[in-house]
Each structure stands twice: as structure tokens, then as C-alpha cells.
Design a protein around this ligand. Sequence first.
Ligand SMILES: NC(=O)c1ccc[n+]([C@@H]2O[C@H](COP(=O)([O-])OP(=O)(O)OC[C@H]3O[C@@H](n4cnc5c(N)ncnc54)[C@H](OP(=O)(O)O)[C@@H]3O)[C@@H](O)[C@H]2O)c1
Length: 228
Amino acid sequence: MSATIAVLGGTGPEGFGLARRWVQAGETVIIGSRDAKRAQDTAAKIKAAVGASARVSGEENIAACAAATLLVLTIPFEGHAALLKQIKPALRSGSILVDTTVPLAASVGGRATRTLGVWQGSAAQETAELAPQGVPVVAAFHNVSADLLNAVDPVECDVVVCSDDPQAGQTVRLLAAKIPGVRAIDGGKLENARIVEQITALLIGLNIRHKGHSGIRITGLPAAAYGG
Ligand SMILES: NC(=O)c1ccc[n+]([C@@H]2O[C@H](COP(=O)([O-])OP(=O)(O)OC[C@H]3O[C@@H](n4cnc5c(N)ncnc54)[C@H](OP(=O)(O)O)[C@@H]3O)[C@@H](O)[C@H]2O)c1
């Protein structure tokens, strides 16, 4: 993949796990943070884990956006709209905005096993409303646990990818498939993100009940559906 990937909020467990997996796969990644030093320290941790050939650096979120064309949002829902407004001027037409955000009720002091109603239908659709024209939004990675990403084993989870832009969706499916164990599946239109986001609240509940790190596997589709 020739695009540089910026992982905004890559200092947290989900963004860190995705970034480390992609750097391991040979991708070029910029960790984004509200604090440039925190981003650089996180990038150094990934470099230490992956090795000297790792192509990873750290920048404040806006600078990270300006230097990349594949932008992955991995911040909690409470900061979602504000960050999108902040980065909007740095988003270039043709860039792809990938949203992993689950609108958990924990964002407003509620339970992590429940989701909030989002006026637009889903966090990803809110992103689409706030993104500039020419920047397609792709919803993905909601059901992949940070614990699985940050372990060394292949990740036992399928990634359902939703977008109104088929080409952007395909680019993100190829990116997802770079994570060992992950199968990326075309989940159709962006509005389907509403359902995918909600599955995560169920998975969190299962993790609490059964003390594990659950993921999802979609069965019964033709082999081509799992092909990226
Ligand atoms: N954790 C999981 O297993 C998991 C699984 C699937 C999906 N997700 C989704 O992935 C996203 C990130 O999850 P996470 O567990 O990594 O979250 P997190 O640790 O709470 O936050 C990730 C990073 O976001 C930045 N951040 C925090 N509050 C912010 C705010 N108000 N405005 C802007 N930036 C803020 C912080 O980075 P700086 O302080 O460095 O800026 C933080 O390190 C969430 O939307 C979550 O629903 C998580």
C-alpha cells in the first residue's frame, strides 16, 4: 500500500494495536495525538517492538493528517465531533477517513455495554456529515478487540467494512487483511455501520460475562467474500 497511514489517537490501545500490526506488515504509519511528544514516544515503542526497519513516526493530530492520505480515527466518542472539526482543514480531497468509533454510553458516564443514539444513525455517519466533500468515510475495525491486536497471535476476528464509496471500501479491506488472522468483508453502505458499531457493545458484555476477548466470524459466504 503506497499511502501513508495516520492513526489519530494512536496512543490508545486500539490505535496502538492497529498501528503496530500495520508497521509489522511494512506499512508507513504516523501516530497522531493531541500531544506531539506522546505521539513520538508511542512511535518509539512500536519501533522498539518491530525493529529498526519500522517506518513509524509521531505527530500532533493535525500535522499527522496533513502528512497522510489514509486517516484512521481511534479516539473515544466523546472527542469525536470536536476532533473532526479540528482536523477538517487538514483533510485533502482524495484522502480516506476510516472510523473505528463505537458510541458507547460510557462516553457520557453510562455503561460500556450500551450504545448511545447518534442523530445521524451512527458515529461513522456523523463523521461523513462532518468530513469535507471528496473525503470518503469508511467504517471498520469496530469489532476488533485491542487486546487481540496487542497480542502476538493472529487476530481471531472478521472486519466488516462499510462505505458509500466502493473504491475506498476496497482500499480499507486490503488494509484490514494485512493483519494476520483478519478477514475483511464488504459490509455494504455506510448506514450499516450502525449495526456493526452496536455489536461491539455486545462483545464488551460477553467479555465481562465470560472473562475473555471476543471477536466475530461471519460464516457461510462464498470464498470471494472473504478475499478483501
Ligand atoms: N479498545 C478496544 O478494544 C476497541 C475495540 C474496537 C473499537 N474501539 C474504538 O476505538 C476507539 C479508541 O479506543 P481506545 O480504547 O483506544 O480509546 P482510548 O484509550 O480511550 O483513547 C484513545 C486515544 O484517544 C485520544 N483521546 C482521548 N480522549 C480524547 C478526546 N476527548 N479528544 C481527542 N482525543 C482523545 C487519546 O490520545 P491523546 O491523549 O494522545 O491525544 C487516547 O490515547 C474508540 O472509539 C473505541 O470505541 C476500541
